[in-house]
Ligand binder design. Structure first.
Ligand code: ZN
Length: 213
């Protein structure tokens, strides 16, 4: 089941239309994969609309907000979605018209490949696919900005837990982590990043300009 959802602030920015395209594409794909996430997004839109219109009859009490927040963290019984090769979630199809099997990976390290799908209008944020070979780690890194990761295939584990298909990891610049792909299957993720990832390891940092991370 899907257990990791985006931050409420990210969903609010999405429904307000203020997220740069790379991030909006990740959220739209997540919503296409998760009924529970669609429910949360609908509630947020209702709340946001009520706040904007200052409708007297809609009272935004703390209990309503609390329910919403706990819905974000709830472990509702929702089966894991399947991402069938050639049948990507609708919001992703225009970015990867040939499906995941058609992707030409640019290998940027042992077992770690990626391909850029789109850049944001800001010229800094970008949408990409990452592929991490089964059992392989992504070098430990911090983030130059927000990093939004949606699992499309396989799974990975880091200090925040296990992330499987449909899960989202929503990290800001304060977070450092080292995802490791679960054994058995390569992990393919849809990732939106802002600026460059800040790898801790000096060697990786040294190589960063060369591999273009
Ligand atoms: Zn990260």
């Amino acid at each position: 089941m899907i257990t990791h959802h985006p931050d409420i602030a990210t969903l609010m920015a999405f429904s307000a239309g203020t997220l740069p395209e790379p991030y909006a594409a990740v959220i739209a794909t997540h919503l296409a994969m998760s009924e529970q996430a669609r429910g949360i997004a609908r509630n947020l839109e209702t709340l946001g609309g009520a706040l904007l219109e200052k409708e007297a009859e809609v009272t935004l009490n703390s209990a309503a907000l609390e329910r919403l927040m706990s819905a974000l963290d709830s472990h509702a019984v929702e089966p894991r979605p399947h991402v069938i090769p050639g049948e990507l979630p609708l919001p992703l199809r225009s970015y990867v018209p040939g499906g995941l099997e058609s992707v030409r990976w640019q290998w940027t390290g042992p077992g770690v490949g990626r391909t850029t799908l789109a850049w944001g209008k800001d010229g800094r944020s970008r949408l990409m696919l990452m592929r991490v070979a089964a059992g392989c780690p992504v070098p430990e890194h911090a983030h130059g900005g927000q990093e939004l990761t949606l699992i499309l295939r396989g799974a990975y584990r880091d200090r925040f837990g296990l992330f499987g298909i449909g899960d989202i990891a929503d990290h800001d610049e304060d977070v450092e982590h080292q995802p490791i792909a679960e054994p058995g299957e390569d992990c393919i993720c849809l990732v939106a990043v802002d600026a460059r990832l800040a790898f801790r390891d000096w060697l990786v940092r040294l190589l960063q300009p060369l591999v273009g991370m």
